[in-house]
Design a protein. Structure first.
Length: 419
């Protein structure tokens, strides 16, 4: 049944499909039209409400009528056993559960994400970035995604989970297979994506199950050992839950941080004066990254499932419908941000919603920020004159703002030169 909406004044054609070439190329422009003319817009294409204003998106994060348990309802609609199996496995992840299950999982996972532990990793992350940039320069690389943005978070997550360095490439491959499903690929998605994701999930689950067993026998100072705990907590994570948590941390930590680094580089090098200003003043790297997260954040859309009828800006939102929270619209809302489409290095920090809000705010946000800040600062410093060649080409997904590659040129610094 198509939702009933009140009469609205005549408006320009509204972008209804977030997967058209135009919307994929310029999601912010599409969101801006919706935000101005129909900020709570019913999309027949997606069969979902598109919400674009900052205050509405923030309120939605705290609205109990909107559930994060958004994968389980899709299982009844899925065609084929592989699709149902993939959705069944993902449905247990912390980010797609509601309290009280979410509260318990979040508390136990929080032991591995204590701020002091993450902050203590800065030196190691800097070393990894320097190694990757050394190799990029030595190989005369041109694709910054392949050379730096893509491998860095996979290495970091592998080390945090206590996995052997030799397994890093396997982590990256599994993350890619999951992205085919979790980020809502567009019409050009391969028809076997659920089968491939299932194979990757099952292989990954077997791997993490062995790693969990090893860490139960021989705990260390890694994140997985911290999530296992000492065994005295009656609500301690089961082996299945630990496997699911590892899968979530791998996928979310890898995909999001790769996109954050690549998008920040594209944004900050588009203006040579801005690029050089940030390069020459290390104190500006952090606010520059925050502005990049706001303007070209790694996630465009978060999905919620309606579990209770309610009204929003005159629209009747009904139980069983879906709501798409357009972060790309909220983060450029002129009612919240002055000159919302410009990079302002003096802007109040962290008022954006690039990492969500409330109980479902990204648990790994601090780690993603550190990796992005170190990667961007190092690249600007060691690759003077860094600039992107060509226009942005984003993957056709609903949720993520992902560049498969990022071809760059720079003035050239010999590998091994002073950092």
């Amino acid at each position: 049944m198509t939702p009933v909406t009140p009469e609205t004044p005549e408006t320009p054609d509204l972008p209804d499909d977030l997967l058209t070439p135009e919307a994929v190329r310029d999601p912010d422009g599409a969101a801006a039209v919706l935000r101005e003319h129909d900020p709570v817009h019913w999309s027949p294409t997606h069969r979902a409400w598109l919400v674009t204003r900052f205050d509405d998106v923030v309120a939605a994060f705290r609205n109990p009528a909107l559930s994060s348990d958004r994968v389980r309802p899709l299982m009844t609609r899925a065609s084929g056993a592989p699709s149902r199996r993939v959705l069944g496995l993902i449905s247990e992840w912390m980010v797609v559960t509601d309290p009280p299950a979410h509260t318990r999982l979040r508390r136990l996972a929080g032991a591995a994400f204590k701020q002091q532990q993450i902050a203590a990793m800065e030196e190691r992350i800097q070393g990894l970035v320097d190694e990757l940039v050394d190799a990029f320069l030595a190989d005369e690389g041109t694709d910054l995604v392949a050379g730096v943005a893509y491998p860095l978070p996979a290495i970091v997550i592998a080390e945090m989970l206590g996995a052997p360095p030799a397994d890093r490439d396997r982590f990256r491959a599994w993350s890619d297979e999951l992205a085919l499903v979790a980020f809502g690929a567009g019409g050009d998605a391969r028809p076997d994506r659920h089968e491939r994701a299932l194979r990757g999930l099952e292989e990954m689950a077997g791997y993490f199950r062995e790693l969990v067993a090893h860490r139960r026998r021989e705990p260390g100072g890694d994140m997985l050992s911290a999530m296992i705990g000492e065994g005295s907590d009656p609500e301690a994570l089961s082996d299945d839950e630990l496997v699911g948590m590892c899968a979530l941390l791998l996928f979310a930590g890898h995909e999001t941080t790769t996109n954050a680094i690549a998008n920040a580089v594209r944004l900050l090098t588009a203006d040579p004066a801005l690029r050089d200003r940030v390069r020459d003043d290390p104190a500006l790297v952090n606010p520059a990254v925050e502005e990049a997260l706001r303007l070209v954040g790694p996630i465009k859309v978060l999905v919620r499932w309606v579990v209770e009828d309610h009204e929003l800006r005159g629209r009747e939102i009904r139980r069983g419908e879906r709501v798409y929270l357009l972060l790309c619209g909220a983060n450029r809302d002129p009612e919240r941000f002055t000159d919302p489409d410009t990079v302002d290095l003096a802007r109040e920090r962290a008022t954006h919603v690039a990492f969500g809000r409330g109980i479902h705010a990204c648990i790994g946000a601090q780690l993603a920020r550190i990796e992005t800040r170190i990667a961007v600062g190092t690249l600007l410093r060691r690759l003077p004159g860094l600039r992107v060649a060509g226009d942005a080409e984003y993957l056709p997904t609903i949720a993520s703002r992902a560049q498969e590659s990022l071809t760059v040129v720079h003035d050239g610094v010999p590998a091994g030169s002073a950092r």
